[in-house]
Design a protein around this ligand. Structure first.
Ligand code: FES
Length: 118
């Protein structure tokens, strides 16, 4: 199974792009962004930021609209679950991981790390 966890990918392969001021994502909130052709949702969970792909790998459900249960997001379409830290599919019917992207804060702005070889 192909992995898409860019959080742990070699950082020389990652390019960071500015996406929003940190003030746009208060604690407990989420932000939807499109980086290139990548739909991404960024969660602020207790002051930590996690970015994952917004489209469920099971059947293209709007994953970013799902409820959070701890470190997991539950797909609103069929209840598949993913770990927001790694993108790992952890609950059926989802079996294929989603991308997880590293997030940095620089100068009050969130920066999202995406792979260079797009
Ligand atoms: S589309 Fe997400 S679990 Fe089916």
């Amino acid at each position: 199974m192909k992995m898409f966890n860019y959080v742990t990918a070699p950082q020389e392969n990652i390019e960071f792009v500015e996406i929003a001021p940190v003030s746009e994502i208060p604690e407990g909130q989420r932000l939807f962004v499109e980086v290139g052709d990548r739909p991404v949702v960024v969660f602020n969970i207790a002051g930590k930021y996690f970015a994952i792909g917004d489209i469920c790998t099971h059947d293209d459900g709007p994953l970013g609209d799902g409820t959070l249960e701890g470190d997991r997001v539950v797909c609103p379409r069929h209840g598949g679950e993913f770990d927001v830290r790694t993108g790992k599919a952890v609950q059926m019917p989802a079996v294929v991981d989603i991308p997880a992207y590293p997030v940095r804060i620089e100068g009050g702005y969130l920066h999202l790390g995406i792979p260079r070889d797009r």
